[in-house]
Unconditional design. Structure first.
Length: 415
């Protein structure tokens, strides 16, 4: 059963929310649905061909202060800009008359943008009273400390949402580990599996490949082929690994939040002069900070901007050192390489620490914090290298297929 689906997302700090929403849109479009994705965060420059993409006047935050919103020029987001976003979302719902509306992260987060999400839901219900309303969330949430805000979320889920799509695996990390469960919420949870980028099939620009029946859950054959394909032809492009065995690949996602991670790794690299380090720095890190990192790098560390062949570099590295963001973790689980997580924990952020701890308990990674200092980080790197590759991850990484199936069931129950 084909449906018109409208997905609304706003990423504020990194790009993880947008990446996940794009994967969701691509999977649903591949299943034959007519999908529109409305994004209210900073543009990422990608133009999809398999679904419609609508860019709202963007807003963002500075650091972990999610109370204050800014525009693309760094100026405070004006009431006029926020009103324009609400109006555009409502108009989009009126135009599309969607059968399904998906709000990414709301109402569990994005409370500062509640007005526009609620306006979207109201407009969608006016033109199609039978429209399904779904919340799409990651495996871990950051729960507010105030009971009234927890009650507000429970009330909205009970009265305005038909289901909550949890893109995770409850065997590894159930939602109750990060969010207090109420009957209103627990009764509407639908676990889809993790939304791994390659588990549901190729990106439009990637070749199609099969999945080995002997591979771990969600582990595409394309990854084992990719790992075997790492060869000398890659070396001229891969400066960090050229002529060196056992490269330690360091990544930090797309935001500036990874800057302390890179600084800590460089300090540890100075203590391990025989180990080659390759740091991939996201575009969210300012040019001045990027230049400073390069200038301060020891001889055994190569620093460059993040590259599109990151999966290939990851598949061939001796050890990955990274934060524990949703998409980064999934890349690592698919690559099957030794991993050391340094979770982002600034402000009140607990998401990455919870996810990293769950994977450490499962024997899939090791965890160290920035507060432990460069000596501890260097020791953790040596320990992780000595342990070698982790066991195959028995985790459901085919969240795209799980989401498509869940939506099919929801549509069937409505008809």
């Amino acid at each position: 059963m084909s449906a018109r689906i409208l997905i609304a997302v706003t990423h504020l700090l990194g790009i993880g929310h947008l990446v996940r929403a794009r994967q969701l849109a691509r999977a649903l479009a591949g299943a034959g649905h007519e999908v529109t994705l409305a994004s209210g965060g900073m543009p990422d420059g990608k133009a999809p061909t398999d679904y419609r993409f609508v860019q709202l006047p963007p807003v963002r935050t500075e650091g972990t202060d999610f109370r204050n919103l800014f525009d693309e020029r760094g100026q405070a987001a004006t009431p006029e800009r926020l009103a324009a976003r609400r109006k555009q979302l409502a108009a989009l719902a009126q135009e599309l008359s969607p059968d399904i509306v998906v709000t990414e992260h709301f109402p569990f987060g994005r409370r500062q943008l509640a007005g526009e999400f609620l306006a979207l839901l109201e407009a969608a219900k006016v033109v199609n009273p039978q429209a399904l309303v779904l919340s799409s969330i990651r495996d871990v949430l950051v729960a507010p400390q105030r009971l009234d805000r927890l009650a507000e979320v429970a009330e909205r889920i009970a009265t305005q949402f038909d289901a909550v799509l949890v893109h995770g695996d409850p065997r590894v990390l159930p939602l109750k580990a990060s969010w207090p469960m109420t009957p209103e919420i627990a009764g509407k949870l639908v676990y889809t599996g993790y939304l791994a980028a390659s588990a549901h099939g190729p990106h439009p620009e990637e070749p199609r490949s099969g999945v080995s029946k002997d591979a771990p859950v969600g582990f595409g054959a394309s990854w084992s082929i990719l790992r075997d394909a790492i060869s000398d032809e890659m070396a001229p492009q891969d400066e960090g690994s050229k002529g060196k065995a056992g490269t330690i690949l360091v990544s930090g996602g797309g935001s500036a939040a990874a800057l302390p991670l890179f600084e800590a790794v460089l300090a540890a690299a100075r203590l391990l002069p025989a180990r080659p380090f390759h740091l991939l720095v996201g575009r969210g890190v300012a040019e001045t900070d990027f230049a400073r990192l390069r200038q301060s790098a020891p001889a055994n560390a190569v620093i460059e901007r993040a590259r599109p062949d990151f999966p290939a570099l990851l598949a061939g590295c001796a050890l990955s050192v990274s934060q524990a963001g949703y998409n980064t973790v999934l890349d690592l689980l698919q690559a099957g390489r030794p991993a050391l997580f340094i979770p982002f924990d600034a402000g009140n952020e607990t998401e990455q620490a919870l996810r990293a701890a769950a994977l450490e308990r499962a024997g899939l990674a090791r965890v160290v914090t920035l507060a432990e200092g460069p000596q501890a980080l260097a020791a953790a790197i040596e320990t992780a290298l000595a342990r070698g590759a982790p066991p195959a991850a028995r985790i459901d990484l085919d969240g795209a297929a799980g989401t498509v199936a869940a939506i099919a069931r929801l549509l069937a129950s409505r008809s």
